[in-house]
Design a protein around this ligand. Structure first.
Ligand code: DAH
Length: 344
């Protein structure tokens, strides 16, 4: 008698399960048979009433039915999911991959593009490329490059001080000391980087701008070597020979110090808008590294010497792109940036 109940529940399940159309109905089905108050639970409760000699068979049959229903529910679930995917595919319009696409692609900041070009040029001349931190110690940014406290040069670089006594580096020269220590007396290293000064903003001044610094240290390094590397860099960048000149400059970290100008590559020195009619572009402050700086970098100035330069990188980018407002370079205005995709 009890065994017949199992058969009839199985039959009922087969009929019910064949009708299931969606996940809601499937859940009702599951509850009807496998739920706490479901039919399988009901049958199991009857176990006590089953005569002893039938208990074994009864138990096996109930378990088999329970397993069957569980597996069947899972199978229906998988089928419904597959049906949903098929339906979606059926309703999706075919995509024509040959149609022209009207999406805007991004573009790099011209500063990024030119920095990569200049870095590659120096790399090809055997320079190692380094970078520096943006938060620096007072020692690295000033003292180690021969700018002691109360030195007037500190006033020229309005500094963003942090509460912990550190600062946002005002010059890439801040990495000189570490680089001299890391690479020792014979080295050729460039280190581009972002620098910060508390400046009033206008078309030529930003509080966040980029420099590209270089140091070369060895035996018998001369100003002629410095001029050579700068000229090679300009030649590779502007694809022609460019004359340079040195004017006297003053920097605490170099002695002697110079301002290196390049003959304007646009008017070849005749005078134009870019060079302000002077025929020359101020390119790069530089000089022979001061013995104090070498000494603080762990290098004996009696035995070795070297040169350093610290190009204002944004200026170079403006010359190269014709952008007349430095603020464009930090704005990341897409209208401006996208012009340089193909031009450079
Ligand atoms: N650090 C200087 C500045 O920000 C630029 C500079 C001048 C760097 C001369 C040098 C150098 O390495 O030799 O104004």
């Amino acid at each position: 008698m009890e065994l017949e109940v199992i058969n009839s529940v199985e039959k009922e399940y087969d009929e019910d399960s064949a009708k299931v159309q969606n996940l809601n109905e499937l859940e009702s089905l599951r509850l009807k048979y496998l739920g706490k108050k479901g039919l399988i639970t009901d049958i199991m409760a009857k176990f006590r009433e089953v005569p002893a000699e039938q208990k074994r068979e009864f138990g096996q049959k109930v378990n088999a039915l329970k397993n069957k229903i569980e597996a069947s529910v899972e199978e229906i679930k998988a089928n419904l999911a597959q049906k949903a995917v098929d339906e979606e595919i059926k309703n999706t319009k075919e995509f024509d991959y040959s149609l022209p696409v009207d999406t805007k692609t991004g573009s790099l900041n011209p500063r990024t593009i030119i920095q990569k070009q200049v870095v590659d040029i120096f790399k090809n001349m055997g320079f190692i490329v380094e970078d520096g931190a943006e938060v620096e110690t007072e020692y690295n940014n000033f003292e180690s490059v021969n700018v002691p406290k109360n030195h007037p040069a500190r006033d020229m670089q309005d500094t963003f001080w942090l509460d912990n006594g550190q600062l946002l580096k005002t010059q890439t020269s801040a990495a000189q000391n570490r680089i001299l220590r890391d690479y020792g007396p014979e080295c050729k290293v460039i280190f581009p980087g972002r620098v910060f000064r508390n400046e009033q903003l206008d078309a030529r001044h930003e509080n966040t701008f980029f420099q590209l610094e270089g140091v070369v240290v060895g035996k018998n390094v001369t100003v002629a070597n410095l001029i050579y590397f700068e000229k090679e860099m300009l030649k590779a960048l502007f694809k022609k020979d460019i004359e340079v000149r040195l004017r006297p400059g003053f920097f605490p970290f170099t002695e002697p110090s110079y301002e290196l100008d390049a003959k304007c590559p646009f008017c070849n020195g005749r005078g134009c808008h870019t060079c302000g009619n002077s025929g020359w572009l101020e390119l790069c402050p530089c000089g022979m590294i001061h013995p104090n700086v070498l000494r603080m970098g762990g290098i004996d100035p009696e035995e070795y010497n070297g040169f350093a330069f610290g190009m204002g990188f944004d200026r170079l980018v403006m010359i190269r792109t014709g952008l007349d407002d430095i603020r464009h370079l930090n704005s990341n205005n897409l209208k401006v940036m996208s012009q340089f995709k193909t031009k450079m």
